[in-house]
Unconditional design. Structure first.
Lengths: 211, 179
């Protein structure tokens, strides 16, 4: 706080950087700080069970995020630059037939990872012309029928349970996706801007709309 | 046997050494293959696509880390033993609790299935397990802020509400089919 230099915007990089940091993290900083404090507490004083367990849980999650998040997003980015909109529109667009269900189920089951990794894929599909119902079928297949997860489920809960659960899930959730599309007001659109892109949108939208 | 008084994530340790299903290797090899193929086809496009993806990833990182940190504290505070006590009983109450816990919780599949097997050993019935697993997979109250950011408020809320209804149907059908 000394002299005229402090008033110049370039002169206070630490404070500006701190402000940007706080704005970027917002209230999400609270749980992160709480978890780190619990962790630190148990590390310094020892014998504090909750802290140790939090640290254990958090590192487990962090490992998952570190592997799946960049991987998932890189796939989404590659999908974005390589797959032509026309192709997506023809196979899983709003005019596509019931074969689209098979495509979406295949796509969903052949993936791996947590559900939050599927949202960017769903949005990418939608942007390329997939209809909302097919996006929902994809999300359903991803969350309930991933093959890597199914093999794991069979190991723990047995064939009978897994096969019946998976079958019932398909039978219930495919109609639900259609219902969801019907329930939503006509012309419902997903958000135009997803996190991470601000300026690219306008020119990223291709011209062709109908085939 | 797993220590029931530890945090839920401790269930991850499987004494029988079954494959942990984390599918890290699968994911990495798929991405690696895609990257190499894309790079051979066009260096410029690969860079553009990869960068776009990483930018998105960076943008949601604070929210995701916040969610994960919060969930970690909650999961650490809830020992599986107490979950087993409320879910293991008879009647409709365990069913309702399984639906609610499954909807709220964010538990990776790596932990969810051992946990479900544990709950079964503690007396949870098939429909209760189906309710728990289906809501766990399809309904995400904790990840709702993230889902809203991608799908929008209306779509995200409706999807979760319908998925909850679907989970109830799945569980009821399971009760009839698998006694």
């Amino acid at each position: 706080m000394s002299g005229p230099a402090a008033s110049s915007p370039v002169q206070s990089p630490p404070r500006a950087r701190a402000m940007r940091f706080v704005r970027r993290w917002g209230s999400w900083l609270i749980p992160v700080a709480a978890a780190l404090l619990l962790w630190l507490w148990s590390a310094v004083f020892g014998g504090f069970d909750l802290g140790a367990r939090t640290a254990y849980t958090l590192t487990g999650f962090l490992k998952e995020v570190a592997v799946f998040l960049p991987a998932m997003f890189i796939l989404v980015g590659l999908f974005d630059v390589w797959v032509p909109r026309r192709m997506v529109e023809r196979h899983v667009g709003s005019a596509a037939g019931p074969l689209a269900i098979v495509w979406m189920l295949l796509l969903g089951t052949l993936q791996a990872g947590p559900l939050y990794g599927a949202f960017p894929v769903a949005v990418a599909l939608y942007r390329k012309g997939a209809s909302l119902r097919n996006v929902f079928i994809y999300l359903g297949a991803f969350s309930g029928l991933k093959i890597p997860m199914l093999t794991f489920e069979v190991g723990f809960l047995g064939w009978r349970f897994s096969v019946v659960r998976a079958t019932v899930t398909v039978v219930v959730f495919v109609p639900l996706a259609y219902l969801l599309e019907r329930v939503l007001p006509a012309g419902t659109r997903l958000p135009e801007v997803t996190p991470g892109e601000k300026t690219e949108r306008p020119n990223a939208q291709p011209q062709e709309v109908s085939s | 046997m797993v220590d029931l008084e530890q945090g839920i994530l401790a269930v991850r340790h499987d004494p029988e050494g079954r494959w942990d299903g984390s599918s890290v290797e699968i994911m990495l090899s798929v991405v690696g293959f895609a990257l190499v193929a894309s790079f051979i086809a066009s260096r410029r496009k690969t860079l553009a696509g990869g960068l776009r993806g990483l930018k998105m990833c960076w943008a949601i990182l604070p929210m995701l880390l916040g969610l994960i940190a919060g969930v970690s504290i909650i999961l650490a505070a809830v020992p599986p033993a107490s979950l087993a006590r409320v879910i293991g009983g008879e009647g409709p109450l365990p069913f309702v609790i399984a639906l609610l816990v499954g909807s709220v919780a964010l538990i990776p599949g790596v932990v969810a299935y051992p946990l479900a097997a544990l709950l079964r050993d503690q007396g949870a019935s098939t429909p209760v397990l189906a309710a728990f697993i289906t809501t766990l997979m399809m309904v995400g109250i904790v990840t709702l802020p993230l889902e809203i950011r991608f799908l929008g408020r209306r779509v995200a809320l409706l999807r979760n509400a319908l998925a909850f209804g679907g989970a109830v149907i799945v569980a009821v059908v399971m009760a009839v089919v698998v006694p």
